[in-house]
Design a protein around this ligand. Structure first.
Ligand code: FMN
Length: 324
C-alpha cells in the first residue's frame, strides 16, 4: 500500500531537482505537496519577458528539474508515476508525481543520479579528441528513452550550415535592447544564488569562432586557446511543439546532459537558433526532420569546472502554513 509523499521526501528530492539548468540560471520553478502528490510548476515571477516571451525556456527548465526529481525519488526507493500538465485550467503546473510501487533503483538510475551534482554548463573550449561512437550512441538512447530525438550534426558542411543559422539568430537577438538588458541583468560578478557567474560564462567570443557564445561577461582568451575546430554539435527535438512537448523535451535534455556527464563529457547549450522562430524553422529544414528542434548542444571533453549556485530549497517550496 503506497500513501502520499511526505514533506521530508519532497525536500530531499527538490534539493536535487534545483540542480537542473535554466535560461540565465533564473530557476523558474516551484514545488509543492498536494493531496500526497509532488507538483512542479513554472514560477511566473521568474520569467524572462524579452528572452523567453512564450515560456518555452521556463518549461524546458521545469522539465529538466522534473527529470532530476524523478531520479531522486527512484534512487530513494520511492519512484513516481508522473502526469504531465494534469490541470488543463492551470497549465503552469507542469507535472504531478504520485508514489508508485516501491522498488530498488536500476543501475542506470543510480548512474544518472550520481551525475546530477557534477553536471555544469562547460562554455570553455574542449580538447580536440573526438567523442567515441559508444558515447554518441548512449546520448541518442538517452533522448529516445524520453520520447525525443537527438540529431548529431556530422561533417564540416552540416556543422557550418548550423553555425550560420546560429550566428544569424544571435545577431537578431543582440539587436534587441530589451533582450540585451535581460542578459546583462543576469550576469553575476559577486556571489549570488541565481544568474550566471561571470567566471562560468566562458571566454569572450572572437571573430574566428564558429558558434556564437552568449555573452556572460567571461574572461579574455589566452592566445591560442581557440574553440575546438570540429565540435560535436547535437540537436534535441520533439515530434510536436505543445507546452507538454516542451516539458518532455526538458526531461530528455536533462537525461542527455546527465548521460554526457556520466560519460566524462562536457556540454554547453546554445539556444539562440531555437529562440528566433525563423532560425528554428531553418534549423528544422536543414536537419530534414519531422518535429521541432528544442535545444542545440556542443559536446566534448572539457576541463574540470564547478557547478553554479542555486537558491535555497525553502525558497522554491510552497508548503501549507501550519497553524501555531
Ligand atoms: C532553455 C535553456 C536555454 C539555454 N541557453 C543557453 C545559451 O544559449 N547559451 C549558454 O551559454 N547557456 C545556455 N543555457 C544554460 C544556462 O545558462 C545554465 O543552465 C545556467 O546558467 C545554470 O548553469 P549550469 O548549467 O552550469 O548549472 C540554457 C539553459 C536552458 C535550460
Amino acid at each position: 500500500m503506497t500513501t502520499g509523499y511526505t514533506v521530508s521526501q519532497l525536500r530531499a528530492a527538490v534539493a536535487d531537482a534545483v540542480r537542473a539548468p535554466s535560461l540565465h540560471n533564473t530557476q523558474p520553478w516551484r514545488f509543492r505537496l498536494h493531496d500526497g502528490g509532488i507538483e512542479v510548476a513554472v514560477d511566473p515571477l521568474r520569467g524572462l519577458p524579452a528572452t523567453d516571451p512564450t515560456g518555452w525556456g521556463a518549461r524546458i527548465a521545469c522539465g529538466a528539474a522534473l527529470f532530476n526529481l524523478r531520479l531522486a525519488l527512484a534512487v530513494a526507493g520511492t519512484p513516481a508515476t508522473v502526469r504531465l500538465r494534469p490541470y488543463p485550467a492551470d497549465p503552469d503546473v507542469v507535472a504531478r508525481l504520485v508514489p508508485d510501487v516501491p522498488r530498488r533503483p536500476t543501475p542506470t538510475e543510480q548512474g544518472l543520479y550520481g551525475a546530477i551534482a557534477h553536471r555544469f554548463s562547460n562554455r570553455a573550449p574542449f580538447w580536440p579528441d573526438p567523442v567515441p561512437a559508444e558515447a554518441r550512441w548512449r546520448l541518442g538512447e538517452a533522448a529516445r528513452a524520453e520520447q525525443c530525438w537527438l540529431e548529431l550534426v556530422i561533417g564540416a558542411s552540416a556543422v557550418n550550415a548550423l553555425a550560420e543559422v546560429a550566428r544569424s539568430a544571435h545577431r537578431v537577438l543582440e539587436r534587441d535592447p530589451a533582450y540585451v538588458a535581460e542578459r546583462v541583468e543576469w550576469i553575476r560578478s559577486e556571489p549570488a544564488p541565481d544568474g550566471v557567474p561571470a567566471a562560468a560564462g566562458g571566454p569572450q567570443s572572437e571573430p574566428q569562432d564558429l558558434l556564437p557564445q552568449r555573452g556572460f561577461g567571461g574572461r579574455n582568451r589566452a592566445p591560442g586557446r581557440d574553440f575546438e575546430p570540429e565540435p560535436l554539435v547535437a540537436v534535441l527535438g520533439t515530434p510536436g511543439n505543445t507546452g507538454t512537448d516542451q516539458v518532455v523535451a526538458g526531461q530528455a535534455l536533462q537525461r542527455v546532459l546527465l548521460t554526457a556527464t556520466d560519460a566524462g563529457l562536457g556540454v554547453s547549450m546554445l539556444s539562440q537558433p531555437i529562440e528566433v522562430p525563423g532560425a528554428r524553422e531553418a534549423l528544422r529544414m536543414s536537419l530534414g526532420r519531422f518535429g521541432t528542434p528544442q535545444m542545440v548542444m556542443r559536446i566534448g571533453y572539457g576541463q574540470p569546472g564547478r557547478a553554479t549556485p542555486r537558491r535555497p530549497v525553502d525558497e522554491v517550496l510552497d508548503l501549507p502554513v501550519v497553524p501555531a
